[in-house]
Write a protein that binds this ligand. Structure first.
Ligand code: AAT
Length: 278
């Protein structure tokens, strides 16, 4: 008898699903906020799910984490103080800390258990956690940003779960306005903004809400992400002041060690599909 084990995330409203073949279940726990599960897959390395939704796999997380960090950091002329909201697996933090000019990277994650479980099962993503520039706070990012000092950060990265439950408020105009207030002049905000194929309205809404919140230039980046719904994902950037298309291209060209991001990819990723053109 076959004992094949497959993990399936169903996208009920789209009549579709993603499946990964599993070798074994490594860990399961109910944190105060969500159900955290870790699996060893056959071909994608370790997999983390939160409340049954795929968050990260070893094999493809570089796509998302590189695109959530490097374009925003190279858009800012001199990013010194970076805030990450969510991002408990620490993959975004790792990429941010690869920028030598960053002096401080503050991560505000709701659920401390996500980070503790990531330290155990995703040591590569957590390899920069001991960097003295990294600071960890376990709190709700929505409450945190309301208390933030004006002009405190150069870059804010919203590495959040989908817009339901505790992450819903991270997609609201008020929240973007609070980020705008917490950013210094020329500050850059970047938020994960879901699938172009399945959630085009959400991407448009994210762009218009950032504009309403006061960001002078707004645009989205498109990139593949196998393990998220439709395999095609987006991040939306808002910039205080200057135009969006300018970025530190020479510094991006000299930046090594990435597997997806490079200077020309930053330009390419800004090109929207026809159905998402303004
Ligand atoms: N790095 C890719 C993984 C994520 S996880 C997003 C994180 O956001 C989770 O750890 C969750 O606990 C945290 N989070 C949710 N709401 C809040 C909040 N209000 N304040 C702070 N942290 C929060 C992104 C997954 C994308 C999923 C795509 N389907």
């Amino acid at each position: 008898m076959s004992t094949e084990l497959w993990y399936t995330e169903r996208y009920e409203e789209h009549g579709a699903a993603l499946s990964l073949k599993i070798r074994e279940v490594l860990h399961r726990e109910q944190s105060p906020y969500q159900n955290i599960e870790i699996f060893e897959t056959e071909q994608f390395g370790t997999l983390m799910t939160l409340d049954g939704l795929v968050m990260v796999t070893d094999r493809d997380n570089f796509l998302y984490h590189e695109m959530m960090s490097h374009p925003a950091l190279f858009t800012h002329p001199a990013p010194k103080r970076v805030l990450i909201i969510g991002g408990g697996d620490c993959g975004t933090l790792r990429e941010v800390l690869r920028h030598g000019e960053v002096e401080e990277a503050v991560q505000v994650e709701l659920d401390e258990r996500v980070t503790r479980v990531a330290e155990r099962f995703f040591p590569e993503l957590c390899e920069n956690n001991q960097d003295p520039r990294a600071r960890f706070h376990f709190a709700d990012g929505i409450a945190w940003i309301k208390e933030a000092e004006a002009g405190r950060y150069d870059v804010i990265i919203i590495d959040s779960t989908d817009p339901v439950g505790p992450a819903a408020g991270l997609f609201a105009t008020d929240f973007y306005a609070a980020c705008h207030h917490a950013l210094a002049d020329q500050g850059v905000l970047v938020a994960q903004s879901e699938s172009p194929l399945l959630h085009a309205d959400l991407i448009r809404q994210c762009q218009s809400r950032m504009t309403e919140a006061g960001f002078g230039a707004v645009n989205s980046l498109y990139f593949p992400q196998f393990c998220y719904p439709s395999g095609w994902w987006s991040a939306t950037l808002g910039r205080k002041g200057l135009a969006m298309d300018a970025f530190r291209i020479d510094a991006a060209r000299a930046f090594t060690g990435t597997r997806y991001y490079h200077a020309a990819m930053q330009q390419a990723a800004q090109v929207a599909p026809a159905f998402l053109l303004p």
